[in-house]
Design a protein around this ligand. Structure first.
Ligand code: SF4
Length: 256
């Protein structure tokens, strides 16, 4: 016991200050690949290197046009292949405020009454365990989501936010639909992780629907595979109107 008291006195409060202060501790984010602009005078060798880079992406998240290589964050599974292509590697951006509202959200942010108390029902719709693990980290002393008024609840009848992880396996279709139907309004649906957004490496198949959005209307999307806890925390803040959403889901002209 005294050992814990001494460690507490020695190390102080380890909880992140986010969102009051930006968190830049090492390891809080793996980053995300971002658009790469292409020089108009690329050599033939560089051109074929870029084509190879695009082909190597296992989920088709990279798309090449005449002057750029774009990344679809919904599909990126963080395999880091495009980061290891030497001079042709895609640029990566550190950060974690990745949560974006869908182009046609079913509902806006929850109102002011939810800013100090919002309850979250988590549904594992075919997760491998990675995204769920990051969600669980939110209750650790480092992230401590309770300080921001967020609480997990086992019952959808008390939930304001439905947080879904996993590739939307067909076996979970009914459970997802029933969970949403049991939730009171207003409510918000967050899909977290590349699998929940697009099916990830599973895509659309006989066993999965290719993303949660094909089963229930999604309001907020969090890319990443898995998204780090701070990205999920950002999504919760966006859901309650306490943070601005990221711009990547907007039309290209709006985002630039
Ligand atoms: S990290 Fe992997 S999945 Fe993501 S864009 Fe690069 S190659 Fe594609």
């Amino acid at each position: 016991m005294s050992q814990w008291v001494w460690s507490g006195l020695r190390w102080g409060i380890p909880t992140t200050r986010y969102p009051a202060r930006r968190e830049d501790a090492p390891g809080v984010t793996p980053g995300l690949p971002v658009t790469r602009r292409l020089h108009s005078l690329l050599s033939e060798r560089a051109q074929s290197g870029i084509d190879r880079l695009v082909d190597r992406c296992p989920t088709g998240a990279l798309a090449r046009s005449a002057d750029r290589v774009d990344v679809d964050p919904r599909r990126c599974v963080h395999c880091f292949r495009c980061a290891r292509e030497g001079t042709e590697a895609m640029p990566w951006e550190a950060g974690y405020e990745w949560a974006a509202t869908t182009p046609l959200p079913a509902s806006g942010p929850l109102g002011r009454p939810f800013r100090r108390s919002a309850h979250i029902r988590v549904v594992d719709a075919g997760d491998c365990g990675a995204c769920l693990h990051e969600v669980k980290q939110l209750t650790s002393p480092y992230y401590n989501l309770h300080r921001l008024g967020f609480f997990f609840t086992p019952t959808p009848r008390q939930a304001d936010i439905l947080l879904v992880v996993g590739a939307a396996a067909d076996q979970m279709r009914t459970a997802l639909e029933k969970t949403l139907a049991a939730m009171p309004t207003p409510r918000t649906v967050i899909a977290a992780g590349a699998c929940a957004l697009s099916g990830g490496i599973f895509g659309s198949s006989f066993a999965c629907s290719g993303g949660v959005g094909s089963i229930v209307p999604v309001d907020i999307e969090v890319p990443g595979n898995p998204p780090p806890p701070l990205a999920i925390l950002h999504a919760l803040l966006v859901a309650t109107g306490r943070a601005q959403p990221a711009a990547w889901a907007a039309a290209p002209d709006e985002a630039s």
